[in-house]
Design a binder for this molecule. Structure first.
Ligand SMILES: O=C(O)CCC(=O)C(=O)O
Length: 253
């Protein structure tokens, strides 16, 4: 038996709703998680990880770091060896491999994300799931996720940015997911989600590992190669591009 066995009810909840919220899964304290994320945030830009910035009313801010597990043993053990990948394996129905990892900082004044499904941003994989690990409490005021339950069976209509078409967004039932720091939200790559800006006076950092099943292969390097290639093309957009779809609503620096 795996160390972090889900109950049959939890497995059914994920299957029916496309998400599962677990509080108390992680052995690390809030402070330990915050320290690991603060360390990554402090690295600066001189390295092979990817830092993305946004302009806010309070100046230029770090919006996201990706591709950091090769450079942090703390992150490697948190995302590849512990409870998170164990639960991801049970939800995928086979061993979970890390497909990509990101920190969304959403510092004070940071922007939100337009309604989308993640799947169009994840090439090469079919069965894939993401996890939000709340590093700070996530609240409605500071830009928590909103999800839609039970709409993870198919890709819904998209707009030109790869986000959900306006007519789809209107008809969906959006549910705020306020998370305490240290809680984990597992969600299917087809689960519609969005988030607002951080209008509070406190940062709302969140760590997002994404996993695919071992039967599809280890695709992390292929993913970052594809992202690197897409991002080497010049963009004249006013918005910051963080992903292979245009979900981030932040302003360019
Ligand atoms: O961190 C957030 O507020 C939302 C993140 C998100 O939807 C994404 O990165 O795809």
């Amino acid at each position: 038996m795996a160390k972090h066995d889900l109950t049959p009810e939890q497995l059914v909840h994920y299957e029916v709703n496309g998400w599962l919220l677990l509080d108390g899964l992680l052995e690390k304290s809030q402070q330990e998680l915050q320290n690991i994320v603060s360390t990554v945030a402090s690295w600066g830009d001189d390295g092979a990880w990817l830092n993305h910035y946004e302009m806010t009313d309070f100046g230029k801010k770090l919006a996201r770091t990706e591709n950091f597990t090769p450079y942090s043993s703390d992150m490697r053990s948190l995302l590849r060896e512990g409870a998170i990948s164990d639960v991801a394996s049970q939800l995928l129905g086979e061993e979970a491999l890390l497909y990509k990892e990101k920190i969304n900082y959403k510092l004070v004044g940071g922007a939100g994300f337009a309604p989308h499904q993640d799947k169009p941003a994840y090439p090469f994989v079919d069965q894939v799931l993401s996890v939000m690990v709340a590093i700070d409490d996530a609240t409605i005021e500071n830009g928590c996720l909103y999800v839609v339950s039970g709409r993870h069976q198919v890709l819904l209509d998209q707009d030109e940015r790869g986000c959900l078409a306006a007519h789809v967004v209107k008809e969906l039932d959006w549910q705020p997911m306020e998370l305490r720091a240290g809680a984990t939200l597992f969600f299917h790559a087809l689960t519609p989600h969005r988030s607002g800006p951080n209008n509070s006076k406190r940062d709302r950092r969140a760590l997002y590992p994404t996993y695919n099943g071992v039967s599809e292969g280890d695709l992390r390097e292929a993913y970052y190669a594809a992202k690197g290639e897409a991002f080497s093309a010049v963009s004249s957009d006013d918005r910051v591009r963080l992903s292979l779809i245009g979900d981030f609503e932040g302003r360019a620096v």
